[in-house]
Write a protein that binds this ligand. Structure first.
Ligand SMILES: [Zn+2]
Length: 264
C-alpha cells in the first residue's frame, strides 16, 4: 500500500491537495523563476549566516529524501529579506531527479537543474520552537541551492557516502566528522527571494524562499547514490521502491513579489 504521500503515481504531488488543503493555496512552492519579472531587492542589509562545524548530526531516510538533522545547534541566518530576525538551521535535505538535468524544484526561466539542496531555518526571534514557527507566515527561511553535474562536491560527500547505510525508510546514521554547511552554498551571494511554502505536505505557507542564482557542482556518481535510496521499509520487499525522483513540479507565482538581490 502506498504511503500517505510520496512521489509515485498513486501518492505523488498531483494527489496531495486531496489530503492537504494548503497545497491548493496561492502561496505555494516551488515556482519557475522568471528572471525578467524580478524586482530589485534594493539596499537591504546583506544576508549573513554562521554555522557550527563541530557537532554530531543525524543523517536520516524519512522515505522521501535524505535529510541531515541539525536541531538548531549554534547557527544563525539573518539579513537580506529576513530583516533583523534571527533564524536557526533545523535541517537540510535534497531533491533530485530520475536523470541528470532534472530534479530541481525551482526552475529558472523554465530550465531545470539536476537537484536542489534545502537548508531549512526557523525564526527564533518570534517563535519558541521549529514546530511553532513552521505554521507561521514568517516562521521559516529556506536557502535553496541548485545542483548541476560536474565535479564531486567534497563537503556534500561526507553525507553522500553514508547513503548506502540508510537505504530504507526509517534508517538513520550518525555523522561525527566535522561538516560545514556554509561549504554547501555557492561562493557568490546573489539570490532571488519570494514568499512561499514547504514543497512537501502539509505544504504550509510559512517559508521565505532564498534561492541562490549560482548552482554548485556535484558528480554524476553522487546523484546516482541518491537515486538508490528507497522510499519503503525493508519489510516491504520489492515494494521498497527506489526513490528515483522527489521533486514537486512548479506552481504559479501569481501576484507574489519576486525580488532579486545581487544583480546578474
Ligand atoms: Zn525540500
Amino acid at each position: 500500500m502506498a504511503d500517505d504521500w510520496g512521489y509515485s503515481c498513486e501518492n505523488g504531488p498531483a494527489t496531495w491537495e486531496e489530503k492537504y488543503p494548503e497545497a491548493r493555496g496561492a502561496r505555494q512552492s516551488p515556482v519557475d523563476i522568471v528572471t525578467s519579472r524580478a524586482s530589485s531587492g534594493g539596499s537591504a542589509p546583506p544576508l549573513r549566516w554562521k554555522y557550527s562545524v563541530n557537532h554530531t548530526r543525524s543523517v536520516v531516510n524519512p522515505g522521501y529524501c535524505w535529510r541531515v538533522d541539525e536541531n538548531g545547534y549554534e547557527s544563525e541566518l539573518r539579513g537580506g529579506p529576513l530583516g533583523s530576525d534571527v533564524y536557526k538551521l533545523q535541517q537540510w535535505h535534497c531533491h533530485w531527479g530520475a536523470e541528470d538535468g532534472e530534479g530541481s524544484e525551482h526552475t529558472v526561466d523554465g530550465r531545470s537543474f539536476s537537484g536542489e539542496l534545502h537548508l531549512v531555518h526557523w525564526n527564533t526571534s518570534k517563535y519558541d520552537s521549529f514546530t511553532e514557527a513552521a505554521g507561521k507566515p514568517d516562521g521559516l527561511a529556506v536557502l535553496g541551492v541548485l545542483l548541476m553535474v560536474g565535479s564531486k562536491h567534497k563537503e556534500l560527500d561526507k553525507v553522500v557516502r553514508l547513503l548506502p547505510f540508510i537505504q530504507h525508510k526509517g534508517d538513520k546514521v550518525t555523522l561525527s566528522d566535522p561538516l560545514d554547511p556554509a561549504q554547501l552554498l555557492p561562493p557568490r551571494v546573489a539570490y532571488w527571494t519570494y514568499p512561499g511554502s514547504l514543497t512537501t505536505p502539509p505544504c504550509t505557507e510559512s517559508v521565505t524562499w532564498i534561492l541562490f542564482k549560482e548552482p554548485i557542482q556535484v558528480s554524476a556518481e553522487q546523484l546516482a547514490l541518491m537515486r538508490k535510496l528507497r522510499c519503503g521499509e525493508p519489510s516491504c520487499g520489492t515494494e521498497a521502491m527506489e526513490l528515483l525522483h522527489n521533486y514537486r513540479p512548479t506552481l504559479p507565482l501569481g501576484n507574489r513579489e519576486l525580488r532579486d538581490y545581487g544583480g546578474n
